[in-house]
Design a protein around this ligand. Structure first.
Ligand code: GAR
Length: 200
């Protein structure tokens, strides 16, 4: 039996695309992307999922809605599809301790820096790369880690370093980190964890 994977997204979905491509190449033999959940109805990631024939669900956190109520909707989507494993791929919401406790060692996240640098609450997307450039580090990278109750605080699964070059803008650096690290690490880590969950 393959591990049933849900990918949670909020935006462009290039990491989701890397997962879809890896699955189509046969590089995730122990898992199956069964669902894509977005907390943003306009996310281009939803188009990518539909194009690949993957079921989608949109779970919005309405104005004034509690995080618990929002997470209850996400849980319902996951449970109704018998999801075993969750991949956060550019999912721009922090999951509560209550939520993550339901999936111990079954949620992974990709972060666009070398944790423990430039991570934690408030460090997401281009902000991470802007912070790295402002600090003046010469090397950054990406990290895939398990998700626990501490933002970006779970055990590290894989990391890859990426050079910062003179003249880099946050956008240029983001693209290099994606190409050289995220899109490679995330599918590999996904297969590794899917395999473990499948008991192989
Ligand atoms: C990626 O760089 C991902 O690492 C980052 O957002 C981007 C999403 O791009 N995630 C975080 O910053 C989470 N803290 P994508 O939608 O094209 O995959």
């Amino acid at each position: 039996m393959k591990t049933r994977i849900a990918v949670l997204v909020s935006g462009g979905g290039t990491n989701l695309q890397a997962l879809i491509d890896a699955q189509q190449r046969g590089d995730i033999p122990d898992g199956e992307i069964a669902l894509v959940v977005s907390n943003n109805a306009g996310a281009y990631a939803l188009e990518r999922a539909k194009r690949a024939g993957i079921e989608t669900a949109v779970c919005l956190r309405e104005k004034g809605e509690s995080r618990a109520d929002f997470e209850a909707k996400v849980l319902k989507a996951l449970e109704s599809r018998a999801i075993d494993m969750i991949v956060l791929a550019g999912f721009m919401a922090i999951l509560s301790a209550d939520f993550v406790r339901r999936y111990p060692d079954r949620i992974i996240n990709v972060h666009p820096a070398l944790i423990p640098s430039f991570c934690g609450e408030g460090f997401y997307g281009l902000r991470v790369h802007r912070a790295a450039l402002d600090y003046g580090v010469k090397v950054t990278g990406a990290t895939v880690h398990y998700v626990n109750e501490i933002p970006d605080g779970g055990r590290i699964i894989a990391q890859k370093a990426v050079e910062i070059l003179p003249g880099d803008t946050p956008e240029v650096l983001q693209r290099r980190v994606m190409e050289q690290a995220e899109w490679i690490l995330l599918p590999r880590a996904t297969e590794m964890v899917a395999k473990k969950i499948a008991g192989r």
